[in-house]
Design a protein around this ligand. Sequence first.
Ligand code: CTP
Ligand code: MN
Ligand code: MN
Length: 497
Amino acid sequence: MLRAPVAPRPRKRSRPVEAGVPKCAEAKFEDVRIFLVERKMGSSRRSFLTQLARSKGFTVEDVLSDAVTHVVSEDIRASSLWTWLKSRAPPNLSTIRVLNIGWFTDSMREGRPVAVETRHLIQDVSPEVSPPTPVTTVSQYACQRRTTTENRNKVFTDAFEVLVEKYEFSDMEGPSLAFRRAASVLKSLPWEVRSLQATQHLPCLGEHTKAVMEDILQHGRSFEVERILSDEKYQTLKLLTSVFGVGPKTAEKWQRRGLRSLSDVLAEPGIQLNRMQQSGFLHYGDISRAVSRAEARALGSIIDEAAHAITPDAVLALTGGFRRGKEFGHDVDFIVTTPQLGKEGNLLSDVIDVLKRQGILLFCDHQASTFDMSKLPSHRFEAMDHFAKCFLILRLEGRHVDGGLHSDEGDSRGWRAVRVDLVSPPMDRYAFALLGWTGSRQFERDLRRFARLERGMLLDNHALFDKTKKEFLAATTERDIFDHLGLEYMEPWQRNA
Ligand code: CTP
Ligand code: MN
Ligand code: MN
């Protein structure tokens, strides 16, 4: 009889193999500072592990200060550990990761700090501790939080999003990002926040965010948010930026000229709208209305057919919010490319021509590729990648959509205008482009931040570069990229951060 291979029995207590531990190596991982909890571990094992880690280039702190990023404990009773930690009270306790010894031994084996996985977390096993939060199970990075489209904390995140917008309009990036991060953390929770107490171990929630939450918990609404919503300047900027092609800068300029409504803008003689803004005003009603999944599917068939008419080996992939499982979006995003390297730019132009001949191209902003592998890696983040792409408005016929158009009652035109984005990366960049265009924006931001701060790597829509090894890391699938980053794989529907 065949026997299944037997897995090696886990050693009872994983004593590191090295016998004589060499002296300190140069500190290699500047973003990780470990503190080993002596309780249960004992002082001699603690100093042995400290030396071992230092010999491998890890920074181990002797005292629990606010420089510490990772607390490692062999005492896995969360409640008593937490009480002990709180009695030491470093000011940033909520952002410190509290981990079991497994994370430490895995990191020693790999010779680098491994990504924190669920099995490394200290689970709260004590029944008398009430909050549903195990100690520090929520990462500060969105790319380590599985976030579906189901949001149980919408009352809070909607309020935060108003604040994000307000600060964005005032060009205050810091506070705007802080509220984005806070909203993203709450979206990832599989439970509803019912008290501030329950949020005490969550990362990325500051004084200001908590004050807003407290109002909502007590009064059902935030007074600060209500004040913003009733502010005339906010309302005007919100309305003007809702036009395709109008950003915060232009909106601000128009607002300063005393323009308050879309018709004010159109009636103002001195204003020159660019082509994008003209189309934005022309199709305003249609493109400010959400696109349904059925409409996205119909557009997918149209683009697929156009691409395959040009070359039978065309590759089409849905990306953006619909790939993440959203039911509605503000546009539909696709990758259109071909396995023939270097031919993807022409494919995109040809697809645009086909759409034009079909009479469904209402607007097209086509940007040719400026991609050049020899200019990589880019050390600063650029808002746009360098692939050939186009921002379109297409005419979608109701008869092509299962169940009909998602449109106003009483709209008898039988068609609507829809925003569509197409991007054409060369096939060897496909995995990076797919990961980058699937989003969400917050998920992407944190993937890049995680890569840079935790791994010394640079990630963008084109490539992944290892700064230590000074080399690019190849990937043919999204999974390859997560693997290079030492991250647990996240399905697209878990990236709604
Ligand atoms: N993106 C990008 N470069 C751009 C435009 C978009 O990398 N110049 C990426 C963004 O990172 C984003 C994704 O494309 O994650 C989709 O962008 P967008 O359509 O704006 O957002 P969605 O998540 O699809 O949201 P919605 O459903 O509202 O369209
Ligand atoms: Mn989109
Ligand atoms: Mn888009």
